[in-house]
Design a binder for this molecule. Structure first.
Ligand SMILES: Cc1cc2nc3c(=O)[nH]c(=O)nc-3n(C[C@H](O)[C@H](O)[C@H](O)COP(=O)(O)O)c2cc1C
Length: 138
């Protein structure tokens, strides 16, 4: 299995309806492919974590790359793994307005500039997202 994280710019201001459509597609496709993850959006950007079998996860990423609702996709973290973080989430969604402190994202973006994300920073951020998801968005 692999886990990958990318950032992208959302096209214009993305509406709730558009995000809902993305969610519906994810819930339709991801479970059968064994893909789990989280999608964070707000402030003109998306951040998504995809985890699952290597080939299917990469294929899904390539499909997402072509989506006109965003651009400038950049993978900032990719790692082999045998454990899921987002077990049970075919694609959890977090809107920026749901997150009181957006520090974790900012920290990840900051690290991206240095071209390496420390695994500890990554793991902490992901734990934070999982907590937000499990605390009330299920
Ligand atoms: C930021 C972003 C994240 C997406 N994530 C997924 C995803 O995890 N799984 C998926 O199947 N489609 C995802 N999509 C949608 C795909 O690009 C594509 O539109 C969709 O899978 C097409 O399937 P459908 O015609 O059945 O809706 C995402 C799109 C965007 C813009």
């Amino acid at each position: 299995m692999i886990r990958l994280l990318y950032f992208s710019q959302s096209r214009d201001v993305i509406s709730d309806k558009q995000v809902q459509n993305i969610m519906e597609s994810s819930r339709r496709h991801n479970p059968a492919l064994g893909i789990t993850g989280v999608l964070v959006h707000g402030g003109g950007m998306f951040m998504q974590v995809l985890e699952g079998p290597e080939q299917t996860t990469l294929r899904t990423y390539v499909k997402i790359l072509d989506d006109q609702r965003h651009s400038n996709c950049q993978i900032v973290y990719i790692t082999p793994t045998d454990k899921r973080i987002f077990e049970g989430w075919s694609m959890g969604v977090i809107a920026r307005r749901d997150v009181l402190e957006f520090e974790q994202i900012m920290e990840l973006r900051e690290q991206r500039r240095k071209e390496v994300i420390e695994p500890k920073v990554f793991t902490n951020a992901m734990r934070g997202f999982l907590k937000i998801l499990n605390d009330g968005h299920r």
